[in-house]
Design a binder for this molecule. Structure first.
Ligand code: SAM
Ligand code: SF4
Ligand code: F3S
Length: 456
């Protein structure tokens, strides 16, 4: 029954797209925009894949689109506010053209209170569906088009992992490959486990064959994705070793790694591999053991430093990046200083730092918090200044060195922008034809956001 309905919906949507072509001389255009993390970007690429199968084409200009989908992020309040702003801006589009279909999906849409707010206050939105409903896209869209009804689909029925999908990828050079979905860790500040459900791992054969295909198509950088890749059910280091055997000229990255599960075997696997970047994104969140405990991170600062030291003893310039939260409920000035001490001790190539954002429904949301917003803002600035000094010191290690980089796009200050294996931006002058290839660059200066050099 399920299948027939889906097939009917799919056939109906195909007819709609064909009729549209006949009347308008072009296929209906979809604008799909993903906010948030790489996992969301990857989901957006699959949504586009599904839409392409029924006859949609794509546009980057929402004014031209017949279907607009915002694939949203709920991780912090300002991520949510950005979405409300963007959806609010579409009101005039709907007034001009009542046939344009507006959808909101993804992590925010999985939250009941968000769906309620959209239902009541954003009448221009026709379709709201959470992260568990992607496999029902055709039925939902068909209902909107056919019956002109608004559809709200928030069921928590988690679908089987489908390997039968087409993707329209945003890049021809870099690709995201999810190896698992969901999260079991329940860090007390974090909404992700509530909007993404429990961990589900893809089979190694499926991941490996996707990576092999991407490499044969010419992709140069593959990033394996999961909220905690180290709890991949079939063994993460084993998966890395299998992927590394694939012949070709490519880099492998992955994120994120939870420090509680980052093992010596993982570090050894990275160091022994041919294609894996010698860099680990290892979110520490805080430097104080009391705060780490309140966050339910299940490691201490010492445990964390042991992993760093193990890697650095084997390769002194092993690169680390991290995520940090300042102003977690009850964080004292002294505890904040511990975070600063830790980032100085590790010497990160980059940090992603955030002011704690209260997410209702999470345990931290009801923890007492007597630090005002201004103090939290100042702490964030202090961290950024601390890291700026670190960066200057760390970037100087590349001066006069020749390094391999993957050319990604046109540059901001020089003709081309690339990244090295540590993920640092490297700009240099060269021809556009180099975009998508590995080249060697000699570094001769740096700023706080990039290295600069000349092509060898
Ligand atoms: N699963 C990844 C991990 O544990 O490393 C993190 C995924 S989360 C999408 C990315 C980052 O957002 C987290 O590492 C954390 O620093 C930050 N984050 C999550 N919830 C937050 C909150 N309520 N307030 C501020 N930052 C938050
Ligand atoms: Fe959120 Fe923690 Fe899961 Fe990362 S590991 S997604 S921070 S709950
Ligand atoms: Fe990612 Fe945001 Fe969802 S960070 S998993 S899109 S809440």
């Amino acid at each position: 029954m399920e299948n027939t309905v889906k097939t009917d919906a799919q056939a109906g949507l195909r007819r709609y797209c064909d009729d549209y072509l006949e009347t308008n001389g072009h296929r209906p255009l979809a604008y799909v925009y993903s906010f948030g993390c790489q996992q969301n970007v990857s989901d957006g690429e699959k949504l586009k894949g599904q839409l392409s199968l029924i006859g949609y084409e794509f546009t980057d200009d929402n004014e031209q689109a017949q279907l607009i989908i915002f694939n949203t992020c709920a991780v912090r309040e300002n991520a949510e506010n950005t979405v409300y702003g963007a959806v609010g801006d579409l009101k005039h589009l709907k007034e001009k053209n009542k046939d344009v279909i507006i959808g909101v999906c993804g992590c925010m849409a999985q939250l009941e209170h968000v769906a309620e707010k959209i239902k009541a206050s954003y009448r221009q939105v026709d379709l709201v569906f959470g992260t568990f409903a992607y496999d029902r896209l055709y039925e939902m869209l068909y209902t909107v088009i056919n019956s002109k009804k608004r559809v709200f689909e928030l069921s928590e029925r988690v679908s089987e992992i489908s390997e039968d999908f087409v993707q329209i990828r945003d890049s021809r050079i870099k690709a995201f490959v999810p190896i698992m979905y969901g999260c079991n860790n329940f860090c007390t500040y974090c909404i992700v486990p509530y909007v993404r459900g429990r961990e589900r791992s893809r089979k190694p054969e499926a991941v490996i064959s996707e990576v092999r295909k991407l490499i044969s198509e010419g992709y140069k950088e593959i990033t394996l994705l999961g909220q905690n890749v180290n709890s991949y059910s079939y063994g993460f280091p084993e998966l890395l070793r299998e992927i590394d055997k694939i012949e070709g000229d490519y880099w492998i990255r992955f994120m994120s790694s939870h420090p509680k599960d980052a093992t010596h075997e993982l570090i050894d696997t990275i160091l022994e591999s041919k294609h894996i970047c010698k860099h680990l994104h290892l979110p520490v969140q805080a430097g104080s053991d009391r705060i780490l405990k309140l966050m339910n991170r299940r490691y201490t600062a010492q445990d964390y430093l042991k992993i760093i030291d193990y890697a650095r003893n084997k390769k002194s310039d092993f690169s680390f990046t991290t995520d940090l939260i300042v102003g977690f409920p009850g964080e004292t000035q002294e505890e904040f200083e511990m975070t600063k001490t830790l980032i100085r001790r590790v010497g990160y190539d980059n940090i992603y730092s955030f002011v704690y954002s209260r997410r209702s429904g999470t345990p931290a949301a009801v923890m007492p918090d007597d630090t005002d917003d201004k103090t939290k803002g100042l702490r964030l600035r202090e961290l950024l200044l601390e890291q700026r000094e670190n960066t200057q010191r760390l970037f100087s290690r590349f001066l006069d060195k020749e390094i391999t980089v993957l050319v990604e796009s046109k540059g901001r200050q020089m003709q081309l922008a690339a990244r090295n294996t540590e993920g640092i931006i490297v700009e240099f002058d060269g021809d556009d034809s180099l975009i998508g290839s590995f080249v060697t660059v000699r570094i001769n200066k740096f700023a706080n956001w990039a290295l600069f050099g000349e092509l060898i």
